[in-house]
Design a binder for this molecule. Structure first.
Ligand code: FES
Length: 176
């Protein structure tokens, strides 16, 4: 074999090895980015609803999305009773009512902040506002917060499972 063709062969061999190495490392990187199979298959989150305090917003996480959990006080429930669209949004677990929403503004997806003294959410991006139950009270958001699929199981709320109560919210247009 002449020197030049030998160099050509070696170059191709190295190139092939480097190519295989690059594909292998890309595959390894992709594997580390993907969720674990168990997480992907399950895709639900169980919340113990007994730990929340009235009018204290807690942000949980479900499928990578922020989930607002807000326990209603008696006064908040009384206020919500005056507005059917608010009552439709509340979830009863045990003796208490909760607003559980996907914490993303339905306008362009910013995360609104909660003001416990006014009992309202304000989205700082374009000034959209939501009431305590998550219903929209000031545009530009086109609708209230979306509600994740849920199922009440004793004092737990399982996010990612559906139930009759959740299906009703979808049917009556409370959530998408
Ligand atoms: Fe919230 Fe625009 S993203 S008002």
């Amino acid at each position: 074999m002449k020197n030049s063709s030998r160099r050509g062969f070696m170059g191709m061999a190295f190139g092939a090895v480097a190519g295989v190495g690059a594909v292998a490392s890309l595959y390894a990187m992709k594997k580390s980015w993907d969720p674990l199979p168990s997480v992907k298959a399950a895709g639900f989150t169980t919340l113990d609803m007994s730990i929340y305090e009235e009018n204290v917003l807690v942000t949980e996480k479900w499928r990578g999305k922020p989930i607002f959990v807000l326990k209603m006080s008696n006064a908040m429930v009384e206020k919500a009773k005056a507005k059917q669209s608010d009552m439709d949004r509340l979830i009863k677990v045990g003796d208490a009512y909760y607003a559980v929403s996907i914490g993303l503004c339905t306008h362009l997806g910013c995360i609104p902040g909660y003001n416990a003294s006014t009992e309202e959410f304000l989205c700082a991006c374009h000034g959209g506002m939501y009431d305590v139950a998550g219903d929209v009270i000031k545009a530009p958001p086109p609708r209230g917060f979306d509600i994740p699929p849920f199922k009440v199981d004793g004092m737990n709320l399982v996010l990612g499972e559906t139930s009759e109560a959740y299906d009703k919210m979808k049917t009556n247009g409370t959530t998408l």
